[in-house]
Design a protein around this ligand. Structure first.
Ligand SMILES: [Mg+2]
Length: 296
């Protein structure tokens, strides 16, 4: 299988990855662990940059790096290799905020990566429908942006290793397609919905497409979900709505996403990865870039 991306595809993937990490690290600052919700809401409203000198990224970035590394080596999604890369990323630092399902699954893939075929569908009685396959996939969409069919197919393969439920997979397809369209300079939520498999994620993206950009972001989060349930269908629509609201402005997009609170590292990682496929981090505030943990 030959799916080596163009130089433009590799550059777009790198832009997306850097912005995904920045969004993840920025979003993490608003978690109750660091700020109680009222203080977080006030500081976000006032656009006050978190003062902590170092913003660490979380599992979203760790797994996005693993996926990117596997694609660099193989040129396409090799599911057994990818399962090993996910497991190695988890093993390297288990304190990156992984969800319960990944704590169960990823250690078992370390010794037997091919076991994802039986273990992933057993998670949560039918496979995970969480937002974990969506949160790491934007750089894949950017990488293959020249071919939207390829983007959707590769996103499915990247998701299945950990998220066997159709909703978890659909979340990955929606985000990857959005990142590809962003890299092409034409992010359109209706077009994302058209290429997302049928189900609650696609329904949510359609609702996002119908939500006017004059809506306040916190109100849009009320309508579309903010990731509080950690499910793909309550995470992806709002994160893509803010991306489409600010397709050329990473900083504005991330502030808007933060207004939704909820699973805010992941919503910001998704928004960052999608907008960043077009913008990279070049326009982000210098104080954000200085604080963000380097990708290494
Ligand atoms: Mg996270």
């Amino acid at each position: 299988m030959t799916t080596n991306p163009s130089a433009a595809g590799r550059a777009a993937a790198r832009r997306s990855l850097e912005a995904l990490a920045l969004g993840d690290a920025f979003g993490e600052r608003w978690f109750p662990l660091f700020r109680e919700p009222r203080r977080a809401a006030n500081e976000i409203r006032d656009r006050r940059t978190p003062a902590e000198p170092r913003w660490h990224w979380t599992d979203d970035t760790a797994l996005a790096l693993a996926l990117n590394r596997s694609l660099d080596e193989h040129g396409h999604v090799d599911q057994d290799h990818l399962a090993l890369c996910y497991a190695l990323a988890f093993d390297a630092d288990r304190a990156r905020g992984y969800g319960h399902g990944m704590h169960l699954l990823l250690p078992r893939l370390l010794d037997d990566p091919a076991a994802w075929r039986t273990l992933a569908p057993e998670l949560f009685d039918g496979g995970s429908l969480g937002n974990g396959a969506a949160m790491r996939v934007a750089p894949l969409g950017a990488r293959f942006h020249a071919d939207l069919d390829l983007v959707a197919a590769q996103a499915v393969l990247s998701a299945e290793v950990t998220h066997a439920h159709p909703d978890g997979i659909a979340g990955a397809v929606a985000v990857a397609v959005a990142a590809a369209l962003s890299a092409r300079g034409g992010l359109d939520l209706g077009a994302v919905a058209d290429r997302t498999p049928e189900g609650p994620v696609r329904d949510g993206v359609r609702r996002a497409a119908a939500t006017p950009f004059t809506t306040r972001p916190w109100q849009a989060a009320d309508l579309l979900g903010n990731g509080q349930r950690i499910r793909a269908d309550d995470t992806v629509p709002f994160a893509l709505w803010t991306a489409a609201r600010h397709p050329d402005d990473l900083e504005a997009a991330l502030w808007a996403t933060a207004e939704g609170l909820g699973d805010v590292d992941t919503t910001c990682a998704i928004t960052g990865g999608v907008v960043g496929a077009a913008t990279g981090t070049a326009g982000a505030p210098e104080g954000w870039l200085r604080r963000c943990e380097p990708l290494g």
